[in-house]
Design a protein around this ligand. Structure first.
Ligand code: PLP
Length: 404
């Protein structure tokens, strides 16, 4: 008789976004005359830039002719894309990187979830709290998280690193010693970042205790301040202790196109075993390559026009972020994030819980946010707003909240 993976049964229901959507639907049904504005989505709203569209069309045309048709892509990615990544994302920032350290994939979410395959189930895992839920749930599925305690809303075997106002929403070195540390900067959901010196502390710590850092840099393109690192490999020694994930979703609007990559440096070893080789084996066995057309579109992001056009798009979203941040601060709210990230982390007023404030915002301003408590217990008392809406809706939403 077959047995299922019982770790899946321990997962609490993922009600956050479905509850947010249901509450919005119910409100709209009861108030058809009101226009609800969603500042809750972590998805982009602007179309793909012309340079990307041109590359998609050109690559599609190539597929129509037997001389230029392409079948299976190389498992680990086409060299033209891996070279463009190395040159633009690393060499241009003074970081040495070889193409065989880059693994092209269909996005960072898959990589965040799959990377656990190359680690033993015995590892102790540290995560930020609040956190992008994929790190927690995928470790739970693998049996690394222990049991879910509904009272504390925590997994018994995970090490939680609270990110609160007191520490600038940046995690502190944990008291218990982890083997695997997930870090995400710029952060989803808080929008917080760390300086290069702060990140260096994490690298030094990981090297000292023999831990590996899984560094999620999905929002790197939104960094505006000089002392905030774009890659963990800007820190000394990081190649011996860190894996980095990147995504084309938020820097170039590829959420529906799907493209990302993971960096596993050749220097990253454990007990004489190369993690680069392990990940190559895993990726080559379980993944059959990102589509040629999409990899050409990714390559176009690195052309001069692609860079200029995507920079403009990011500036559009970051103008929204500024409007939200400044507007809410002017209206007396306590806000953070929104400077190096498209997320604004807003403290609920009057001691309201995240869900209470969510309801009030929906009822009184007809604006939808995402309750911070959905990202972890330390998110209680906060709401996440995103800058991914249109300018018009963002302006209107902030005007309405200010009048509340
Ligand atoms: N990592 C973080 C922190 C995210 O917020 C997201 C998406 O919202 C992802 C990874 C997933 O990115 P992708 O679209 O490349 O799968």
């Amino acid at each position: 008789m077959f047995k299922i993976n019982e770790e899946y049964l321990k997962l609490p229901g993922s009600y956050l976004f479905s509850t947010v959507a249901r509450k919005q639907r119910e409100f709209e049904a009861a108030h058809p005359d009101k226009k609800v504005i969603r500042l809750s989505i972590g998805d982009v709203t602007q179309p793909l830039v012309p340079a990307v569209i041109d590359a998609l069309k050109k690559a599609t045309e190539e597929m129509a002719h037997k001389e230029t048709f392409r079948g299976y892509a190389p498992d680990l990615g086409y060299d033209f894309l891996r070279e463009a990544i190395c040159k633009n994302d690393f060499h241009a920032r003074g970081v040495q990187m070889d193409t065989d350290e880059i693994f092209v994939s269909d996005g960072a979410k898959s990589d965040c979830g799959n990377i656990g395959d190359i680690f033993s189930v015995d590892n102790r895992v540290a995560v930020c709290d609040p956190v992008y839920p994929v790190y927690v749930d995928t470790n739970a599925m693998a049996g690394r998280a222990g049991n879910y305690d509904a009272f504390t809303e925590k997994w018994t075997n995970l090490i939680y690193m609270p990110c609160m106002q007191e520490n600038g929403f940046a995690p502190e070195l944990p008291k218990e010693e982890p083997d695997i540390i997930y870090l995400c900067f710029p952060n989803n959901p808080t929008g917080a970042t760390v300086t290069k010196a702060q990140l260096q502390t994490w690298v030094d710590y990981a090297l000292r205790i023999g831990a590996v850092i899984i560094y999620d840099a999905a929002y790197e393109a939104y960094i505006s301040e000089d002392d905030v690192p774009h890659s963990i490999y800007e820190c000394d020694g990081a190649k011996a202790c860190a894996i980095e994930m990147r995504s084309f979703s938020k820097c170039a609007g590829f959420t529906g196109v799907r493209l990302g990559y993971t960096v596993v440096p050749k220097e990253l070893m454990q007990d004489g075993v190369s993690l680069n080789a392990l990940w190559a084996r895993r990726h080559g066995t379980k993944f059959n390559g990102a589509p040629y057309i999409i990899q050409r579109a990714g390559e176009a992001v690195y052309t001069p026009e692609g860079k200029r056009q995507t920079r403009e798009q990011i500036a559009y979203y970051m103008n929204n972020a500024r409007i939200i941040r400044e507007g809410l601060a002017k209206a007396g709210y306590s806000v953070s994030g929104g400077i190096n990230a498209p997320y604004i982390w807003m403290k609920t007023p009057d001691g309201l819980t995240s869900w209470e404030f969510f309801d009030r915002l929906l009822e009184e301003a007809n604006v939808v946010g995402t309750p911070g408590s959905g990202f972890g217990p330390s998110g209680e008392g906060y709401l996440r707003l995103t800058a991914f809406g249109t300018l018009e809706n963002t302006l209107e939403a902030i005007e309405r909240i200010s009048k509340m």
